[in-house]
Ligand binder design. Structure first.
Ligand SMILES: [Zn+2]
Length: 205
């Protein structure tokens, strides 16, 4: 930190340190955010603090699909209007929002909470794969759509799952090409995403 430490009040230093722990925030940005908050009207700062507390107190993960939810099981898992023969596997909860926006999918979801990435030390055991396998044991699910991101990690994850699941005798499909390569599913536009979903292809084991 460039700021002379002794001249900075302890609560400000603490705030800078907390911001610095966030992903994508370097020391400079942490300082900037802290001083921005310092100048904020008290009501706005309080609203931000309350939103953080609320998200930790009220939001949890669905015990079935691992999506973020206020009720467990989540609204999608407990809905009578969803097609229970299909599960769409995604990396992050935000991907579900993107797919729901298209209104092209009526099945269920499963959130892995990441993707296989040897560079970052993330292996299959770090993802929510065990709970996915448990869901397949009932025999109700007939198709699994692998909607991991169209980048290196997403492809590696899809390949791994394809191989793992092929002995089960389940139809395993992958979103069609055409999504921006290297990008994230959540940034794909609705039309592209709907097409990728419609044009999904069976994985070769
Ligand atoms: Zn759920």
């Amino acid at each position: 930190m460039n700021e002379p430490i002794s001249s900075t009040a302890a609560p400000v230093l603490r705030l800078i340190e907390e911001f610095y722990k966030l992903p994508g925030i370097g020391p400079k940005s942490a300082q900037r955010l802290a001083y921005y908050l310092l100048r904020m009207p008290p009501s706005e700062a309080r609203a931000l603090a309350e939103a953080i507390v609320e998200v930790k107190e009220k939001v949890t993960f669905c015990g079935v699909c691992q999506n973020v939810t206020e009720v467990d099981p989540c609204r999608i898992c407990s809905s009578d209007y969803r097609d229970r023969s299909m599960i769409c596997v995604v990396e992050e909860p935000l991907d579900i929002l993107a797919l729901e926006r298209t209104q092209a999918y009526r099945g269920l979801y499963h959130v892995l909470h990441g993707a296989i990435s040897p560079m970052d030390g993330i292996g299959p055991e770090d993802l929510k794969i065990e709970s996915l396998l448990n869901r397949l044991r009932g025999g109700e699910v007939q198709e699994l759509i692998l909607a991991t991101n169209p980048n290196l990690e997403g492809e590696a994850t899809a390949m791994y799952l394809g191989r793992l699941l092929s002995p089960i005798g389940l139809k395993v499909t992958r979103l069609a090409r055409g999504l921006p390569v290297g990008g994230d599913l959540e940034y794909a536009d609705d039309v592209t995403l709907s097409r990728a979903l419609e044009g999904r292809q069976e994985m070769q084991a």
